[in-house]
Design a protein around this ligand. Structure first.
Ligand SMILES: Cc1ncc(COP(=O)(O)O)c(C=O)c1O
Length: 356
């Protein structure tokens, strides 16, 4: 994997590669195209999800700095917070979660898992969580501790680099399956996963389109953030190259990857980034009827679960595109399943009583 070859510190938090499997009944129920699932929901860290790949690099840096606490933020049902708490525990660091808003009091879904993992949980109330995180960090430092701070969603350039490996895996798995994906759909919040996929696509010269599906308002901002992250990650790779033996020490495939980013510019990166609006509904964390239908369609045809905050909304975009005839029957489309299923337990009324 390229990122390892460049000497980034990485810790092992999950088994890779994740499966790449066809969903023939789901495809049939939609009348095509052929749909493959890239199962990042199956990463083996505390019920899985996309954050494992980002955390392998972020926590790698935390370990190399000798950190003893890891601080991050998210909503009360944040998958990122839950997985960061688990990663902290696995590496012997105390997790501190600054969760947005007021304490919902009920411990369910991800919040229950945060509790079981023994994370210190602080609700930011009316204050910006970033401000509270900075305070917590300063306070710990004053007490002689060594906290490591991870931004919302683990979405900085280092975290985004974690998704390059996903594209490397997917390219190989698609080749083994004898298919050439036209598009990859992914739920997009803080844009790090999308950015990593786009970077992986650019580095490997893959031909698929990456379709970020906004799960909260602000598709244009998400697009802009993804472009910035891709560009920053490219700078990070370049700075690594300057410190390391250089492309000559890499195998030809990896050297070819680096050649593809030699003259990268924001303008060139922008051409590869697209965030689809229109599947958010009333807001972040508020399920839409289309998302619930997509979740049940996948569950009842393939036995694969999704969630109403992230993966279900991305899936609803794929379902809509399939139904409006965007693809031919034998086109191949990938759904990058980013996980999020623990949140389902916090939405039982929505699934059982249909209360949206
Ligand atoms: C299950 C799930 N899918 C997708 C995403 C979106 O990833 P990103 O924040 O990198 O855009 C998240 C982020 O928290 C998530 O938890």
């Amino acid at each position: 994997m390229l990122v390892d070859k460049l000497g980034f510190s990485r810790v092992n938090l999950t088994d890779l590669p994740t499966p790449f499997e066809e969903a023939p009944r789901f495809s049939k129920a939609l009348g095509g195209p052929r749909i493959f699932l890239k199962r990042d929901d199956t990463t083996t860290l505390a019920m899985g999800g996309n954050k494992a790949r980002k955390l392998e690099l972020l926590m790698g840096e935390a370990v190399s700095l000798g950190s003893d606490h890891v601080i991050t933020t998210g909503g009360p049902q944040s998958n990122h917070a839950r997985m960061t708490a688990a990663a902290g525990r696995k590496l012997g660091m105390q997790p501190v979660l600054v969760l947005e808003g007021e304490d919902p009091c009920v411990r369910q879904g991800n919040l229950l898992l945060d509790h079981i993992l023994g994370a210190e949980i602080i609700f930011s109330g009316a204050r910006p969580p970033e401000e509270v995180m900075a305070e917590v960090k300063e306070d710990l430092e004053k007490r002689g501790k060594r906290p490591y701070l991870i931004p919302l969603g683990g979405s900085n350039a280092l975290g985004a680099l974690g998704y390059v490996s996903c594209v490397e895996e997917m390219n190989r798995q698609a080749e083994e399956a004898g298919v050439r994906p036209r598009a990859v759909y992914v739920a997009t919040g803080s844009s790090g996963t999308l950015a990593g996929l786009v970077l992986g696509k650019i580095l490997t010269g893959a031909s698929f389109e990456v379709k970020g599906v906004a799960v909260s308002p602000g598709a244009a901002e998400k697009e802009g953030r993804a472009v910035e992250l891709v560009f920053e990650a490219i700078q990070l790779i370049r700075s690594r190259l300057e410190d390391s033996p250089g492309p000559g020490a890499l195998d030809p495939d990896h050297a070819a990857m680096l050649e593809r980013i030699r003259d990268a510019s924001l303008e060139k990166v922008r051409r590869h980034v697209a965030v689809i609006d229109g599947f958010v509904g009333p807001g972040y964390g508020i399920p839409t009827p289309e998302c619930l239908e997509a979740i049940t369609l996948l569950a009842r045809n393939e036995g694969v679960l999704a969630d109403p905050v992230y993966s279900g909304k991305a899936l609803s975009a794929l379902v809509a595109d399939a139904r409006t005839g965007k693809y031919a029957r034998d086109d191949v489309v990938v759904f990058l399943h980013t996980g999020g299923v623990p949140a389902d337990f916090a939405y039982s009324d929505v699934f059982v009583k249909g209360r949206i």
